[in-house]
Design a protein around this ligand. Structure first.
Ligand code: ATP
Ligand code: MG
Length: 543
């Protein structure tokens, strides 16, 4: 049991909130969700599910400048894809009227005032944690004057940045967030939902807790950086005498070799370092989906990482491990040759074609079998042959036998090279008695290799990915450098390969997840066409 479950179970025992559990996931619609958000989603929806409660989706849309409905739509899609359904969908902007009334209430009670200082003056007045700050010269305005100015702020009489509404708390508090935090700022901007109705917008601290309260949230789970905001969260709930949810903080997910700041991910997209938010190298949910990650793999990852109270860094290979584990159970096996060289079976009849039985998934008998055409000329991987093989190389070399998967044992006889010395043909003979069902089918050889029939195979584009960043901590930069200087120049390699002919566009898009035997897990990319299938490498078979 993690510490959040402990808190919730204690609350249930004490019948706090009538023993109900109501959580929420509160994204700001200013970007696409990433694997860190997935952690938060699994936690919030997971707690609601475990304790028969509810989880809301709330768009924290209080900053009109950076927000957009494109992001709202993608967030909804990604949460659904991860396998979660929200009880209610809300928008902080739906609460703007209520928040405004609450602001007036605090003004009327002498707990908020309009400050005419500039942003710089306000920051300067706050001072440093070790010494008291300086009170604003506008701090002791009368209630009437404050109400009048705040109403005129709302009415649009003042330009951006000319005034703010501040809570009147304690300019000497050691917690900087208590030093008269800003509640409202003037912003003449069009909001993606409320249009031009408002030209003042509430700050996070005056919107988040109140939104939680309005929705009857019981446990407001957030990341550690909000721990210092908690006293303020509590203060506003108490001052307004409204339902008081409990804020609980946990350590955000950090992954090595990965950037998770939405601002930086946006920069990668805007400046074309990647091909959009769903580029398979991105740590976004849509990127991981296009890479071939499954919802179950991501949920298992979130579960395995657990819930921590202290910041830590998770190795990205754990995410890859979770993908492998899930795909091994579900992915349909296929033979594909990505770096082909021609193998010719000299004693195989010229025009003969055999349909070999291949198993779709050894982990799942119900996945059935399929036929793969076999003929005299095959593609095999260049790396599966070596002319000068050392003792540790068990695959094909001259005078050595290997098994062709689902087919025969062959023995290499000689190779043909071009003028430059590159091998263009590998010649071999086959033993007809070694096919499955034949007398010598159980004869042991040291290696089995995969293949594709030259006459039948289909060409496909294969996209191979490496980590987007070449260092574990891309944010850790020398002077004059940025995270962009750590981009891995070889993070995308495009190859052409040969795949089994039975894979039509329709079939590939329906099955989606494949294990290319001996090579790794691959995902049928939406760029695929009837003429050319495109596959993204999800992960290799082994670490
Ligand atoms: P930004 O990158 O712009 O600071 P954010 O990561 O705070 O954005 P939000 O949309 O505000 O993004 O996040 C929604 C929820 O997801 C918040 O509750 C936040 O705490 C949580 N969250 C964001 N990043 C992570 C992370 N890396 N690990 C766990 N939870 C996260
Ligand atoms: Mg945020």
């Amino acid at each position: 049991m993690n510490f959040i479950e402990q808190i919730i179970e204690e609350d249930i025992q004490n019948r706090k909130n009538d023993a109900k559990v109501h959580t929420r996931f509160p994204p700001e619609p200013n970007g696409y969700l990433h694997i860190g958000h997935a952690k938060s989603i699994c936690l919030n929806f997971g707690m609601a599910k475990k304790y028969n409660g509810k989880c809301n989706l709330r768009f924290d849309d209080t900053n009109p400048v950076k927000e957009d409905t494109e992001y709202v739509d993608s967030i909804r899609e990604d949460i659904n894809w991860l396998g979660f359904q929200w009880a209610e969908e809300h928008y902080a902007s739906d609460y703007f009227d209520q928040l405004y009334l609450w602001a007036e209430q605090l003004i009327a009670e002498g707990l908020a005032y309009v400050d005419d200082q500039t942003q710089e003056e306000i920051s300067k007045g706050r001072g440093v944690p070790t010494a008291p700050g300086v009170e604003s010269p506008y701090r002791n305005r009368t209630v009437e004057e404050n109400l009048d100015l705040f109403r005129r702020m709302r009415a649009g009489e003042f330009p951006d940045g000319s005034r703010v509404l501040r809570a009147k708390i304690d300019m000497a508090s050691p917690n900087m967030h208590f030093r008269d935090p800003i509640m409202y700022r003037i912003l003449h901007a069009t909001h993606h939902r409320t249009g031009d109705k408002w030209c003042i917008y509430p700050m996070y601290d005056f919107a988040h807790g109140q939104s939680d309260s309005i929705e009857g949230i019981t446990h407001s789970i957030c990341t550690l950086e909000f721990e210092v905001h908690r006293p303020l969260y509590d203060w506003f709930c108490e001052a307004l005498r409204i339902h008081h949810p409990q804020q609980i903080e946990f350590a955000r997910l950090n992954l090595n070799y990965t950037i998770m700041s939405k601002r930086k991910l946006l920069q990668l997209v805007k400046e074309n370092y990647v091909n959009g938010w769903d580029d398979p190298r991105m740590p976004t949910i849509c990127g991981l989906r296009r890479r071939g990650y499954t919802p179950a793999a991501i949920r298992n990852f979130a579960e395995t990482v657990g819930v921590a109270k202290r910041d830590n860094i998770i190795d990205v290979s754990l995410l890859e491990f979770c993908a492998r584990e899930d795909l091994n159970k579900t992915a349909i096996r296929t033979m594909a040759v990505l770096d082909p060289v021609k193998l010719i079976i000299d004693n195989y009849p010229d025009d003969q074609v055999e349909e070999m039985d291949a198993v779709n998934n050894p982990e799942d008998p119900e996945a059935g079998t399929r036929k793969v055409p076999f003929s005299k000329e095959l593609w095999i991987e260049r790396a599966d042959f070596r002319e000068n093989a050392d003792k540790k190389f068990y695959r094909l070399t001259i005078d050595r036998e290997v098994r062709l998967k689902y087919a025969y044992i062959i023995k290499c006889t000689h190779v043909v090279k071009d003028d430059a010395g590159n091998i263009t043909e590998i010649h071999c003979t086959y033993d007809p008695m070694t096919k499955s069902g034949m007398p010598d089918s159980n004869r042991k050889v040291k290696a089995t290799i995969h293949w594709a029939s030259v006459k039948h195979a289909k060409k496909a584009e294969i996209r191979l990915f490496d980590r987007l960043f070449s260092v574990p901590d891309p944010d850790n930069c020398e002077e004059e450098q940025t995270f962009l200087d750590h981009l891995n120049p070889n993070s995308l390699i495009v190859q052409e390969g040969w795949i089994e002919p039975s894979l039509t566009l329709e079939k590939a898009m329906a099955i989606k997840h494949f294990q290319f035997e001996r090579l790794g897990y691959f995902y049928a990319d939406p760029d695929s066409t009837e003429e050319k299938l495109v596959f993204n490498k999800t992960v290799s078979l082994k670490q």
